[in-house]
Design a protein around this ligand. Sequence first.
Ligand code: HEC
Length: 121
Amino acid sequence: MRIVKLWITVLSTCVFLLGNASASLPKLQEEGEPKASTDLGAKVFEENCAGCHEGGENIIDEKKSLKKEALLENGFESPQDVQQIVISGKSIMPSFEEILTQEEILAVAEYVWTQAENDWR
Ligand code: HEC
């Protein structure tokens, strides 16, 4: 009988731990959400923008960099303005409207803005 009791204790401990683990999973994901969009923005930037804008620079026209001062000087005052140029393109910069999803455009615009505010460090 003692063995049976022991097993019941072991099993209920397992059930308790399992229940706890799965209950805490959705919560972890919720907390991770803002970071997930930053990660997406960083990935989109590396794959689509870094060729011309590595480290927030502009290899074609250095005055049109993605540094905060340059952005403000050139009339980009919010992530929405960055989103706009990504959608429409400008001179040599291509339009990404057909290349990226809306979610990716939003994420990369927010990423550029955050990086500019942190001086691309
Ligand atoms: C082929 C090179 C190229 C690629 C790729 C490119 N850009 Fe550009 N980008 C430019 C050029 C050139 C300009 C300057 C356009 C102008 O005003 O004449 C520019 C301007 C900008 C500006 C405005 C900067 C300022 O200070 O005026 C932003 C913001 C920007 N790009 C973001 C992006 C993002 C985000 C991506 C990726 C989704 C991207 N660019 C991809 C070449 C590129």
